[in-house]
Design a protein around this ligand. Structure first.
Ligand SMILES: Nc1ncnc2c1ncn2[C@@H]1O[C@H](COP(=O)(O)OP(=O)(O)OP(=O)(O)O)[C@@H](O)[C@H]1O
Ligand SMILES: [Mg+2]
Length: 218
């Protein structure tokens, strides 16, 4: 599913976020990405979402070199990926319903179907009663769960989550991981960046460790 060969991402002023990273993730796998702050986890996830491109090496998802997608292909590629950002990126002046159904609207799904599907994913994160709320009216953990619902609404082939449980209490964090796990048992490939050693230990999945932009263990 994911094949990184000698992937680098260098920034100006000599900053190297990723240096010669080679790794692969099989279709249907669930892997954790871990490592200290600044190790390159978010950078790698952003490359996988095709928000950014490597400055060296090749990153393939489903056999396709992400650096070679046309702008139109980038758009359709992103619709197959569910992404939970470290900073949520909810649209503050849109309701929860509008936030979670964004992708469905882009795909031309009709309004009743959007609402039905929104209710399903919001139920899964326990926030179906907040459909008409606006993100600033929600707590940090609630916003995080909305961001997760948004990532799952489209039944993506690949879910990328950047610290998806960072603002949640341990019970909620565990429930959210169960959601990812359920998606994974239905065939979705899942990559979760986290610092939470306890969560990693309890889930017992393969862990890829980054350190200063390099793979330090897999
Ligand atoms: N746009 C940018 N310009 C310059 N340097 C950047 C940029 N984005 C990230 N970096 C640098 O790249 C390195 C890796 O950052 P990244 O955000 O991937 O780390 P991380 O592993 O996600 O850390 P954290 O656990 O704190 O979220 C850091 O040293 C960071 O300062
Ligand atoms: Mg990060």
């Amino acid at each position: 599913m994911i094949d990184a060969t000698h992937v680098s991402r260098r920034y100006p002023r000599g900053i190297t976020a990723l240096a010669d990273v080679s790794l692969s993730v099989e279709k249907g796998e669930f892997v954790f990405l871990t490592g200290p702050s600044g190790a390159g986890k978010s950078t790698l996830l952003r490359l996988l979402l095709r928000e950014d491109v490597p400055t060296g090496g090749t990153l393939r998802v489903g056999g396709r070199d992400l650096a070679r997608l046309s702008p139109g292909e980038v758009q359709s590629y992103r619709r197959t990926v569910g992404f939970v950002f470290q900073d949520f990126r909810l649209v503050p002046r849109r309701t929860v319903l509008e936030n979670v159904t964004l992708v469905l609207r882009a795909m031309g799904v009709d309004a009743p179907a959007q609402r039905r599907r929104a209710l399903q994913v919001l139920q899964a994160v326990g926030l179906e009663q907040r459909l008409e709320s606006f993100p600033p009216e929600l707590s940090g953990g609630e916003q995080q769960r909305i961001a997760i619902a948004r990532a799952l609404i489209n039944d993506p082939h690949l879910v990328l989550a950047d610290e998806p449980t960072g603002n949640l209490d341990p019970d909620l964090a565990w429930e959210v991981m169960q959601l990812f796990r359920e998606m994974n048992t239905r065939g979705t490939t899942v990559v979760v960046a986290t610092h939470d050693r306890e969560l990693i230990r309890r889930l017992g999945r393969r862990t890829i460790r980054l350190d200063r932009g390099q793979v330090a263990g897999a």
